[in-house]
Design a protein around this ligand. Structure first.
Ligand code: ZN
Length: 303
């Protein structure tokens, strides 16, 4: 397996017979986790990567454990780190929630100065060939693979989590961050809390987060705690008539200060304040506020 330019090696973990989680440290911007589920004649991937190089490394890692071709990709949501690698799997069927397909048609692209430039190579998303509204079940060689929408906006408006009931394995996508700041700009902090309650009721044995190390059900509550912290801070800012950036700068992140990408607080407050006001979030303003919160420097990308 190749090493990334930061010396952090992605690892393919067997989490059950014929089920793998591919974990890419350090889990920051554009560095996400993937999954693979073996079937009778082919495999189902959960998400792809942000760059061509990362996707080739993932496919190389898969070749070490299975000869099955990836015939299907389930997208947990529309963000580019999870979808760009689709171009490296040109023949695969792509499954996503209907709203994720809408978001892929009209992506929220931050202005060019917001992020550090990164080498994407020939990696780009494409639209799903199958969309679903509530849930879709895949038979992977006799293994039940349930792809479920949480019922409303959460991390995005078109999230899906992948639940393997026979194995107790939950591929949570970005509904769970482990070690990184949860990011709700394109979703709903309140809806995300409901999604976490729904996933907790599954009582998963293994939780594969969208970013960060593997764990168990203990990964869910810290995400909920952070989102509740954001909601409380937004109520306070709303009462005081503060903007998202003013509120972010005045806020003591406390026990959340050690999470990666603390600048997401500014975007999260935009989302929570818009929810309180019943307005649409101004994504361009939110990205700029994250940039300003970050010392008016581009956000670091280790893709
Ligand atoms: Zn995401």
């Amino acid at each position: 397996m190749k090493r990334t330019d930061r010396g952090l090696t992605p690892q393919l973990h067997a989490v059950a017979d014929g089920v793998w989680a591919y974990v890419q440290p350090d889990g920051g911007w554009m560095v996400n986790n993937l999954g693979l589920i073996a079937g009778a004649n082919g495999a189902t991937a959960v998400d792809t990567t942000s760059t061509e190089r990362r996707m080739r490394d993932y496919l190389d890692a898969l070749a070490d454990v299975t000869a099955l071709p990836v015939r299907r990709v389930v997208l947990t949501h529309s963000h580019p780190d999870h979808c760009n690698g689709l171009s490296l799997l040109p023949g695969a069927e792509v499954i996503a929630h209907r709203r994720a397909a809408d978001e892929l048609r009209r992506p929220d692209v931050p202005a060019a100065h917001i992020f550090e430039p990164y080498e994407r190579g020939d990696a780009h998303a494409r639209l799903p060939s199958i969309v679903f509204d509530d849930a879709i079940t895949i038979d992977a060689g006799g293994r039940r693979v349930e792809v479920r929408h949480p019922g409303g906006a959460a991390h995005t408006r078109g999230d899906a989590y992948v639940w393997l009931p026979d194995d107790g394995i939950l591929f949570a996508g970005d509904l769970v961050f482990n070690g990184g700041t949860p990011f709700a700009l394109s979703g709903s902090p309140a809806g995300w809390l409901r999604a976490l309650e729904q996933m907790a009721r599954l009582d998963p044995a293994v939780v594969v987060p969208g970013h960060g190390a593997l764990g168990g059900p203990e990964l869910l509550q810290p995400v909920a705690d952070y989102l509740q912290f954001v909601i409380d801070a937004a109520h306070d800012a709303h009462d005081r008539g503060m903007t998202a950036l003013q509120a972010a700068r005045a806020l003591d992140l406390g026990r959340f200060a050690g999470l990666l990408e603390p600048e997401r607080i500014a975007g999260n407050l935009h989302s929570a304040l818009a929810e309180l006001d019943g307005t649409d979030v101004d994504a361009a303003a939110a990205w700029q506020d994250m940039y300003d919160y970050h010392g008016s420097r581009p956000l670091e990308v280790h893709a």
